[in-house]
Design a protein around this ligand. Sequence first.
Ligand SMILES: O=C(O)CCC(=O)C1=CC=C[C@@H](O)[C@@H]1C(=O)O
Ligand SMILES: [Mg+2]
Length: 370
Amino acid sequence: MMQITKITLYLVEQTLKTPFISSLERVEERESILIKIKDAEGFEGWGEVVAFSSPWYTEETVKTCWHIIEDFLAPILYRNTIEHPSDTIDLFKGIKRNQMAKSGVETALWDLYSKRNGMSLARAIGGTRTRIASGVVVGISEVNEMINTIDKYVNEGYKRIKIKIKPGNDYHIVKSIRDRFPDLPLMVDANSSYSLEQIDSLKALDSFGLMMIEQPLESDDIVDHAKVQKHLHTPICLDESIVTYEDARKAIELGSCKIINIKVGRVGGLTEAIRIQNLCKENNIPVWCGGMLEMGVSRAVNIALASLDHFSIPGDVSASARYWEEDITVPEVKVVDGYIDVPEKPGIGFDLNMKRLKAVTKYKKEILSN
Ligand SMILES: O=C(O)CCC(=O)C1=CC=C[C@@H](O)[C@@H]1C(=O)O
Ligand SMILES: [Mg+2]
């Protein structure tokens, strides 16, 4: 039984090594919230909230998450004894959506729970892999610059490259990259920048042997995606549209996608992420672990998630050095020959780099229990 005695929130900010550009936004300064949860026996768990500063990817922001955690989720934790992190599904039921806020808290409880039980987070959630295959994302820029960046990542051993596309910035870019790297495991992510009327632009990509096209249409759509999938050979992968297990079930039933990108934050935590992977396994829908330009705590959670057996496609879990001069956890996440080792230490398997955390913290607050 976990009796929560202290919850502390940290607002942190780090500058990305290079700005990240998608069809919707340019991210340069990355804010996040870190959550530290302490229990009556002195164990500590850490979680990271992956919402961005503005609501371009989903409706949540750093500020909405802070509000939801401070005013609603933390009081629930103080009022209840918790046996298992999955108890939060019921405890948080009265609070609609706000998945990233819930996930930050739930993953901190998973870290706490696995530390209390002397197990790694990966083993606590049933992960079996000892290492995970790593892929990396290349943002939108001038095509020769993208090719040089891809070349660098391929030489670093990354197993799969994802590039960002948008209408008008698609066919010629993919063609140039394919000409240069004919056999590269390559996929594209449109972040919902196409409409049904632009289906021909998507069909034109069919000739490039892409692993998948991620989220071409609206971020809450599964109906039109099903229509498009019928006319495409390339599998559609859904990201933004899948926020719950029920969304995944309906999308699979409708044929809206052939692959799902699971992001822990987007679906409200590890418990829901695991349920979605199990559903996909039953339905032969491959899954992979998405990224959120995250710092070390959430990166560690992604490594644990991707150690589950049905995560068969290299995801967006890359090295700490992909984004950060110095990460907030130690040791840094490293990619060796295209793989990241799954840590065996109890909990998330990485320690907080307290010096770095202090340097990047803009504001810190202990949430009081009444
Ligand atoms: O974390 C990473 O390495 C990159 C993640 C990434 O590609 C994304 C993060 C957040 C929003 C998007 O632009 C994009 C995605 O949609 O998957
Ligand atoms: Mg995506």
